[in-house]
Design a protein around this ligand. Structure first.
Ligand code: FES
Length: 98
């Protein structure tokens, strides 16, 4: 796991894009729980940092596909799965396994 950000950089209901090994990862804070997903929609590649986060789902801004933040699944379009990454908090540090 690598340190990618400080918790203060991703406030509640906030997002932040970080780069790990050349890959853009979007950090999402939902009421203190941190999620990490690929910053690229598996449908047609739209950046996910402009996505709307609600009720445990992140919705792509382009065509509205909704992905589960925990496992990246999309109930309406099961062929599209958003890549998710394990996240760990250590003190003020956010660590991601990518
Ligand atoms: S590019 Fe994300 S839903 Fe189409």
């Amino acid at each position: 796991m690598v340190v990618v950000a400080k918790t203060s950089e991703v406030p509640n209901f906030g997002k932040k894009v970080v780069t790990v090994s050349g890959r853009e990862i979007l950090l999402v804070n939902v009421k203190g729980t941190l999620f990490a997903v690929e910053n690229e929609c598996p449908h047609q590649g739209s950046p996910m940092n402009a996505a709307v986060v609600k009720d445990g789902y992140i919705s792509c801004p382009r065509h509205g596909y909704r992905f589960n933040l925990v496992d990246g699944s999309c109930a309406e379009h099961p062929e599209c799965v958003l890549t998710t990454f394990p996240v760990q908090l250590t003190g003020d540090d956010i660590l991601v396994e990518a």
